[in-house]
Design a protein around this ligand. Structure first.
Ligand SMILES: [Zn+2]
Length: 186
């Protein structure tokens, strides 16, 4: 089973209150060892991610599951299309950043839950993360550069934090300037 609809903070009419309240919630830890229900949720998130061709990563709250699970691409960025190999993505459960190193790098980011916009965000280029993998095994991993950025972005989702919460410049389509000016002032 997969969910092809990602919750969004707004739609064409304005703020999407129902989705926003789910996206803004702090997600709950997944109980370890993994039980049947958790495994099902993990699989739903992976399937939902693999069914898309427009995501670098996906966090469980984006598909309405308020649990600390994320999935993301580790290879093949910029090639577009769906993830083709199981070696090209990773799953982290109950992830925790234990170390962040290096001078922060600023880049624009988009998010499926914040449609149409991009925000400039500064993030560490090197992080260490402790988590469980999809089998429920304890892992410790180091991520660099773009993958480190994606992981930090996905982990933000677990705390209800989204790209619009950062101070950086926001870019939106010019033809919808009025809509977004109103949205971000309101
Ligand atoms: Zn996102």
């Amino acid at each position: 089973m997969f969910k092809d609809i990602v919750l969004t903070l707004w739609n064409n009419e304005g703020i999407n209150e129902k989705d926003a309240s789910t996206l803004r919630k702090k997600s709950k830890e997944v109980p370890a060892p993994l039980d049947k229900e958790s495994r099902k949720m993990i699989k739903t998130l992976i399937d939902s991610f693999l069914a898309r061709d427009d995501a670098s990563g996906l966090a469980a709250p984006q598909i309405g599951i308020s649990k600390r699970i994320v999935v993301f691409r580790t290879k093949g960025f910029g090639e577009g299309g769906k993830v083709k190999s199981p070696d090209d993505f990773e799953v982290l459960i109950n992830p925790r950043i234990t170390q962040a190193r290096g001078e922060k790098v600023t880049m624009t980011e988009g998010c499926l839950s914040c449609p149409e916009i991009q925000v400039e965000i500064s993030r560490s280029p090197e992080i260490k993360v402790r988590a469980l993998n999809e089998k429920g095994e304890k892992i410790s991993k180091r991520y660099l550069d773009y993958v480190a950025r994606v992981v930090q972005h996905e982990l933000d989702h677990l705390d209800g934090k989204l790209i619009v919460d950062y101070e950086g410049a926001i870019y939106y389509p010019k033809k919808k300037q009025e809509f977004y000016e109103k949205l971000f002032k309101g």
